[in-house]
Design a binder for this molecule. Structure first.
Ligand code: ADP
Ligand code: MG
Length: 175
């Protein structure tokens, strides 16, 4: 079996399109150009339409040791897509896009030319090592919630509530 099928990327398409939320981040290289190119690639995905993207936001890198003001800063954005790709198939495409932009997987949360995370896939709950949705840390990441709210003021994170409320709580906690 190919690696992709072993990871479930051969799962059949959904009957109805689902709204999926993709977080984009880049902190090496030509960050803005990389994000633009990645969004273009999302628009060209099979079974996928209506790609909407937030304005980019610049953020301080978060590493396993915490926020690192000395690391190269990130540009982050959030894209909403309507897709019939199964979650595993969508994630496999996200990994392909990362790979085309020279992403080398070295250290978790390390510097990267492009990181694409699947934040939500409709209301689906998936709890596997290769794919957990909703993304388990999305609710505590300003760099996800802020651009998400920009592209969808009514956004809600399944199981966590409205993105506007989550963001407000996070910012209050920072004060
Ligand atoms: P991170 O984004 O946390 O720095 P990576 O991009 O290197 O880490 O991804 C690590 C692994 O996380 C990938 O192999 C991927 O299969 C897995 N993963 C689990 N859930 C998700 C998700 N919702 N979105 C993206 N990757 C996920
Ligand atoms: Mg990732």
């Amino acid at each position: 079996m190919s690696l992709r099928l072993a990871h479930g990327a051969g799962d059949p398409p959904a009957d109805e399109p689902v709204e999926a939320v993709v977080a984009l981040g880049a902190n090496l290289g030509a960050r803005a150009e990389t994000l633009t190119a990645a969004v273009d690639e999302l628009r060209r995905l099979p079974l996928t339409s209506d790609v909407r993207v937030s304005a980019p936001v610049e953020t301080i890198a978060v590493t396993l040791q915490g926020a690192d003001a000395d690391a190269p800063r990130y540009l982050n954005a959030v894209a909403l897509v309507r897709t019939r790709l199964a979650p595993s198939a969508l994630l496999a495409h996200l990994h392909d896009i990362e790979a085309r932009h020279g992403r080398v997987r070295r250290e978790r949360w390390g510097d990267r030319t492009l990181d694409l995370d699947l934040i939500a896939y409709g209301d689906a709950r998936i709890d596997e090592p290769a794919l957990t949705v909703p993304h388990p840390r999305a609710h505590e990441r300003t760099f996800v919630l802020e651009p998400w709210l920009d592209v969808d003021p009514d956004a809600a994170l399944p199981g966590r509530g409205r993105v506007a409320d989550l963001l407000r709580d996070l910012r209050e906690g920072e004060r």
